[in-house]
Design a protein around this ligand. Structure first.
Ligand code: PAF
Length: 280
């Protein structure tokens, strides 16, 4: 596995691969890799023949008072895992390579509407930070295909919208969520959970599964399912930010004839903010 720290070195590696006729896949990450990230890499290697992974804890997507400084950084262990997974090129930039004059002075990308709802309503600058860094990384790598986890479902469809609107010639693939044996979606932030909180955490997914079954049986109406979901999460010791039923393609309110519907939720357990979603 080669490692590049500068944009020039990254472009050099990718140019060479392209010259050799290889199809380029890209997996952006913030490191602290787990089986969810490795599933993205495995899928990347199935759909392309040169895989680039980035590790960059993007300061621009953390709001004030959020966990930028304490976000887990495990670069050495990450490198071992990526090497063993057959990654071709790791991009490991310092913040100056991405934001030479700092994030505040960088040209930014906003995705209206999709970036303002659900997680965007609770973390108002989050999706601007995500779209901006992913836009920069997409320009630097210029991949044929990029892979994102379905756990961050809103992020996945927001990136798809950005690619569509900015006419980027990149295919965006979603990869199903990888879960612990008890159903908890894998996430770097799960390590913030105490033992007791970790035992309670799978109840987020359990609640989503129960609501999905209720909807499949023909639930009375969306609003009552959402209200019941919020109550259940609270009764199970979580502090929900939201739990909603939305159209999968654009997170709009589902109409009677919409077939592709998802339930999405975010809830706090101690200092861990868990997010998850499920297809109905
Ligand atoms: O999902 C993540 O890890 C991040 O939001 C991403 C896409 C790497 C951008 O920093």
């Amino acid at each position: 596995m080669d490692t590049a720290q500068s944009i020039d070195a990254l472009r050099h590696g990718v140019r060479q691969a392209r010259h050799d006729g290889r199809r380029i896949a890209f997996v952006p990450t913030m490191g602290n890799l787990h089986a969810g990230h490795l599933a993205l890499v495995a899928r990347a290697r199935e759909v392309a023949d040169y895989t680039v992974v980035s590790i960059f804890v993007n300061p621009f997507q953390f709001g004030e008072g959020e966990d930028f400084l304490t976000y887990p950084r495990t670069v050495e262990a990450d490198c071992v895992q990526l090497e063993q997974s057959g990654v071709d090129l790791l991009f490991l930039p310092e913040a100056e390579a991405i934001y030479p004059e700092g994030p505040a002075r960088c040209t930014r990308i906003e995705v209206p509407e999709l970036g303002d709802v659900l997680c965007g309503a609770f973390r108002p600058t989050f999706f601007r930070g995500v779209a901006t860094v992913v836009g920069i990384l997409f320009n630097a790598v210029a991949p044929d295909v990029a892979l994102f986890g379905e756990k961050d479902y809103q992020q996945l469809i927001l990136i798809r919208r950005m690619v569509r609107d900015l006419k980027m010639a990149i295919e965006v693939l979603g990869v199903p969520t990888i879960r612990e044996r008890d159903g908890l979606a894998m996430s770097s932030r799960n390590r913030y959970l105490s033992e007791a909180q970790r035992r309670a955490a799978p109840s987020l997914y359990l609640t989503l599964c129960e609501l999905r079954d209720t909807l499949r049986r023909g639930a009375p109406d969306r609003a009552s399912v959402e209200a019941a979901g919020i109550k259940t999460l609270q009764a199970r010791g979580l502090r929900p930010d939201y739990l909603v039923v939305r159209r999968a393609v654009d997170l709009g309110l589902p109409q009677a004839d919409d077939k592709d519907v998802r339930i999405l939720a975010a809830a706090w357990l101690g200092r861990a903010r868990l997010i998850d979603n499920i297809a109905v």
